[in-house]
Ligand binder design. Structure first.
Ligand SMILES: [Fe+2]
Length: 326
């Protein structure tokens, strides 16, 4: 591929930051915090939140949270062909519901137990590691992704191997951000991504053509109050802001756009076995090219919890449209 640089886990580069001062067990090391007092931890966490919001990927070569080895081995011990009707297994921590599994009861119960534990352990880690967001986020779904990404037979808009930014049809963020934490569980194979960390570049180049001004033009004081009222009542569709509607369109537009897919200055990233990484996937365009057996937890960070709101996609798009989107 042209215009593509290759980066591996061993390099520090402009796209990811290897976090070397936080581990499991133990958390922040003294070198991170100059002795470990909580104000220093807060400052270090805040600096990393700022990097994340600006489009960096935070990378941990080893698991930064608890994941019992027998549970990992169980996930890797089979091909999960009974799940092939679904894109992934999803887990909703809020109501403890697992979806996308259609095998035997015993296996389903065990899998449910594992994804529940996984989700709880990741959240416990994030409460410490991303403390500026703790208590302010909306805990979203977790997923188990057992299938090889290379060569998956999915419809164009569902394909993971085309560069895109994330947007959720039934979980509008209303200007908030989509944070995702991934772990490559595979024993030997890396998970390979292409990524573009600079949302400003992608938006400057493509948002006008994708119709951002049209979406902004549908914003009015009346629509904004209806959307706020619907959000208060939990009516997802009606609570969508023009920003949410545009991001759904932008997700599809980018996947459909051959010029963007071929010619954008993307970076190739290899996440080795056992690695964990976190990224705001509404801002960092990404494509999963290959890899099998990943876990993922999503959190929605509301606008008021952001430490660098000027980096938020809604703010960048509002600048381009010269109008409000939220
Ligand atoms: Fe995605």
């Amino acid at each position: 591929m042209s215009n593509t640089e290759t980066k591996t886990a061993m390099t520090r580069d402009a796209n990811w930051i290897a976090v070397e001062d936080y581990r499991f067990p133990g958390g922040w090391t003294d070198s991170a915090t100059g002795g470990g007092n909580s104000a220093d931890k807060e400052a270090r966490a805040r600096a990393l939140c700022r990097e994340l919001e600006a489009g960096k990927i935070l990378f941990f070569p080893k698991l930064p949270y608890e994941f019992p080895s027998d549970e990992r081995e169980f996930l890797l011990s089979r091909e999960w062909n009974e799940l092939r009707l679904h894109k992934n297994v999803s887990y909703r921590p809020g109501d403890d519901v697992m979806r996308g599994f259609s095998g035997d009861h015993g296996t389903g119960t065990h899998l449910h137990h594992i994804v529940r534990n996984y989700s709880a352990h990741v959240v416990k880690f994030l409460r410490d590691f991303l403390r500026p967001y703790a208590g302010k986020w909306k805990l979203d779904f977790a997923s188990f992704r057992p299938f090889e990404e290379e060569g998956r037979d999915l419809s164009l808009h569902k394909r993971n191997d085309l560069l895109h930014v994330d947007a959720f049809r039934l979980r509008p963020t209303r200007g908030g951000r989509i944070l995702r934490v991934f772990t490559n569980l595979h024993a030997t194979k890396p998970r390979v991504w292409y990524a573009i960390g600079d949302f400003g570049y992608v938006a400057e180049k493509y948002a006008a053509d994708a119709g951002v001004s049209r979406f902004a033009a549908k914003n009015s004081a009346l629509r904004r109050s209806v959307s706020r009222w619907a959000a208060g009542l939990g009516l997802a569709r009606l609570s969508r802001t023009p920003y949410d509607r545009f991001m759904l369109r932008f997700h599809d537009y980018l996947k459909e756009n051959d010029d963007f897919q071929r010619n954008s200055p993307k970076v190739r990233l290899e996440f080795p076995p056992g690695a964990t990484w976190m990224v705001f996937t509404d801002g960092v365009a990404h494509a999963a090219m290959s890899g099998q057996f990943a876990m993922e937890q999503t959190l929605l960070i509301p606008p008021e919890a952001l430490v660098a709101p000027e980096s938020a996609p809604y703010r960048i798009l509002e600048g381009i449209a010269a109008a409000r989107l939220c």
